[in-house]
Design a protein around this ligand. Structure first.
Ligand code: SAH
Ligand code: MG
Length: 228
């Protein structure tokens, strides 16, 4: 088949990233296992068929962004990623998920933006990503464009996870996807709280979303109704 002349619908899209992209993902700092990353990638490619941007909340050092950016490249859309780059509560000095390499020595504050930029540049994906640097609710308050996918992987307190849902889920287009990371129904499994699980339950209870896949702590829901 001559793929140059086929329509958006008929164009065969990849279901998994190429080895070079997968290697870049595995080499990147971050908090996403490979099986969950592959599920995120597949969801992102599928959602990208809507011809609308893919959005991530929680860029950190660009690990999951690599997958969204590569899926966006394949689908011919843009990946957007939101982060203030100062780290979540559990990533601050003295906490379990702290990485001293993420501290800006001049300010003595976390700054994951330089590593994020290196990660995307090295993966050759810089052109497919727009990084939004700021607090998620402040960016969401200005947002009006429809999204093919929103991936919630930001702060894990109820305040942050709820604000991410309320700020971004309404912008997911009909047929688009809501992906939530770190969903732990059993409190014995979780390390950073169950706020993402509560957001997941709320999304299902809204009647606007239908679950389509579960991979580890990653949940993929499709927007099938109104009233988020
Ligand atoms: N997706 C990443 C991990 C994200 S960690 C990966 O694959 O490795 C969570 C990130 O959310 C942190 O970088 C933190 O700075 C960011 N964050 C937490 N609360 C936020 C908020 N309210 N607004 C913007 N970013 C936030
Ligand atoms: Mg996560």
């Amino acid at each position: 088949m001559d793929t140059r002349t086929t329509s958006q619908e008929a164009r065969p899209l990849p279901t998994a990233p190429e080895p070079g992209i997968l290697a870049a993902f595995e080499a990147a700092k971050g908090f996403m296992p490979v099986d969950e990353g592959l599920a995120l990638y597949a969801a992102a490619v599928e959602a990208g068929r809507l011809g609308l941007p893919l959005l991530e909340i929680g860029s950190y050092c660009g690990r999951s962004t690599i997958l969204l950016a590569d899926a966006a490249r394949a689908a011919g859309v843009t990946a957007l990623t939101v982060d203030h780059h100062r780290g979540s509560e559990e990533q601050q000095p003295g906490w379990d998920y702290h990485d001293p390499e993420t501290v800006d020595p001049e300010l003595g504050l976390m700054d994951t933006l330089p590593t994020f930029r290196r990660t995307l540049h090295r993966a050759g994906l810089e052109d497919h990503v727009v990084a939004l640097v700021g607090r998620s609710p402040r960016v969401a308050a200005l947002w009006t464009a429809p999204l093919a996918l929103a991936f919630i992987d930001g702060g894990h307190t109820d305040e942050h996870a709820t604000a991410d849902y309320e700020g971004w889920a309404p912008h997911i287009a009909d047929g688009g996807l809501l992906v939530i990371h770190d969903v732990f129904p059993d409190p014995a499994d979780e390390f950073t709280g169950q706020a993402p699980y509560r957001v997941y339950l709320r999304a299902l209870a809204s009647g606007a979303f239908t679950e389509i896949s579960v991979t580890g702590s990653l949940r993929v829901l499709r927007r099938t109704g109104a009233g988020v």
